[in-house]
Design a protein around this ligand. Structure first.
Ligand code: HBI
Ligand code: FE
Length: 278
């Protein structure tokens, strides 16, 4: 998501756009997607599915099958939700683009994932101004079929709403960013991708695992909550988890409000910072 889009998301006027409901949802109007749109989906899907063999966490590939996302064309949310809801109680809801933070986290807290009702143009396969249906549904939705991820995402939604009241949303945004969007995991000793921002990006699927440039830290909640991030370039830091359950336990097992207060006394960290000063 670009800096501009992120700002738009954060500063969006509280009023939903014309045609959207109070929670910013719109009908998907799947029948209005053009043959070109469906071709763009198929091109992106085929490219990422083959690239991610051996690069994505195993649960990702399994979930693509379970949700039958390999069917051609842009997924019809009604059909997708029949399968997704049956597995973890999550539903995908269509939105016209970035929604305000409070709207976004409220959806997550009620097991609804806001997904773009549009897809990028064929001549912009690798440039994304706002999250489109490929980033949202290919990147985020498969892992929502995994119970521990489904629980983690709902917990993040609840924490986001709480943080809003504590003027600490930027902390939850970082936790979301370094896990749900750009998280890496270790599986049987190998580095694997689970973050949607990487899974849905051709370039970053290579860079995140193979480049010598970024730092790859073992997951450390306090460090994540202190580390800034860029929205308009490949990440300079990634955080690596061993198991999804670990991050869920950290979020549910910690008094995050107290943690925010403690960290407010410390400086933020640049994503370029290497090891922490002892
Ligand atoms: N809106 N549609 C949409 N999708 C997002 O991923 C999104 C958003 N609004 C806010 C938001 N993300 C951020 O606050 C999170 O990335 C932290
Ligand atoms: Fe996303």
């Amino acid at each position: 998501m670009s800096e501009q889009a992120q700002k738009h998301g954060a500063l969006a006027s509280p009023l939903p756009p014309p045609g959207a409901a109070a929670d910013w949802t719109v009908p998907q109007r799947w029948e209005e997607f053009s043959a070109e749109d469906h071709r763009v989906w198929d091109t992106l899907f085929a490219r990422q599915q083959s690239l991610l063999q051996g690069r994505a966490v195993e649960a990702f590939g399994k979930s693509l099958d379970v949700l039958r996302l390999s069917r051609p064309g842009v997924p019809n949310f009604d059909e997708l939700n029949d399968r997704l809801h049956a597995r973890t109680g999550w539903s995908v809801v269509a939105v016209p683009g970035l929604v305000p933070d409070d709207v976004f986290f409220r959806h997550l807290s009620e097991r609804r994932f806001p997904a773009g009702n549009f897809i990028r143009a064929a001549d912009q396969l690798d440039y994304l101004e706002e999250p489109d249906v490929f980033h949202d549904v290919f990147g985020h939705v498969p892992l929502l079929a995994q119970p521990e991820v489904a629980d983690f995402m709902q917990a993040l939604g609840q924490q986001g709403l709480q943080a809003l009241d504590l003027n600490s949303l930027h902390r939850v945004a970082r936790l979301y960013w370094y896990t749900v969007e750009f998280g890496l995991a270790r599986e049987r000793g190998d580095l694997r991708i689970y973050g949607a921002g990487i899974l849905s990006s051709f370039g970053e699927s290579h860079y995140a695992l193979e480049s010598a440039k970024p730092h790859r830290h073992d997951f450390d909640l306090k460090r994540v909550l202190r580390t800034q991030y860029r929205t308009d370039a490949f990440q300079l830091s990634y955080f690596v988890i061993e198991r999804f359950e670990d991050v869920l336990e950290l979020v549910l097992g910690n008094d995050l409000a107290a943690l925010y207060a403690e960290l407010d006394k410390l400086p933020d960290l640049s994503p370029e910072a290497a090891q922490l000063a002892a």
